[in-house]
Ligand binder design. Structure first.
Ligand SMILES: Nc1ncnc2c1ncn2[C@@H]1O[C@H](COP(=O)(O)OP(=O)(O)O)[C@@H](O)[C@H]1O
Ligand SMILES: [Mg+2]
Length: 166
């Protein structure tokens, strides 16, 4: 289980990282919604540890629960503690607020790069991907497997893992 100290200093720093990331996503996000995601904002903290941030409690709970199960089957990054941060002002001028960020720590996976061979649905071709889909189906994470395009997959060492669980 990934752990990381959540101090007041960390919280303030984290809110500024989140604001910065939101601005970056607004400016540079691709024409494909699914590249940067619509539920989760991902914030790397160290080489190994990152945070997945959601705006609704049910999303972080669901995502974490599924990641834990998949991790135990060897097809997800290691999971970390859930936490929430209250933000007393809107994140920026186009956001709602005050608000709460619902988060959990996670191990970072190396996301797949452009050179991966893709089929017409943007799914990587090849046996590894097929095996990952099959394992997700085996543990009843069907809809995750259906959404296993290249932005929802990563590598940890030589394992292919799913990184998006909601
Ligand atoms: N564990 C992780 N390691 C590395 N990058 C991640 C990880 N989780 C998410 N990301 C990055 O953040 C993006 C959005 O996260 P994702 O879980 O796919 O959210 P959404 O449900 O909004 O699509 C991913 O496409 C990926 O680039
Ligand atoms: Mg995604």
């Amino acid at each position: 289980m990934i752990t990381y100290p959540i101090t007041d200093k960390f919280k303030n720093h984290f809110i500024s990282l989140y604001k910065h990331k939101k601005e970056e996503l607004r400016e540079y996000s691709s024409p494909w919604d699914y590249e940067s995601g619509i539920h989760c904002v991902f914030i790397p903290l160290t080489k190994r540890i990152g945070v997945k941030v959601y705006r609704e409690k049910y999303q972080v709970c669901g995502a974490l629960k599924n990641q834990i199960r998949a991790f135990r089957h060897g097809i997800a990054p290691e999971y970390g503690k859930m936490f929430q941060i209250k933000v007393d002002k809107p994140i920026n001028e186009w956001d709602i607020g005050p608000t709460t960020l619902y988060c959990h720590f996670t191990e970072i996976a190396q996301t797949l790069q452009e050179e991966v061979a893709l089929d017409e649905n943007n799914f990587p071709t090849g046996i590894e991907h097929a095996e990952l889909c099959a394992k997700l189906k085996e543990i009843n994470l069907y809809w995750v497997a259906e959404d296993l395009h290249r932005f929802n997959i990563g590598r940890i060492g030589n394992r292919m893992v799913c990184i998006d669980f909601i």
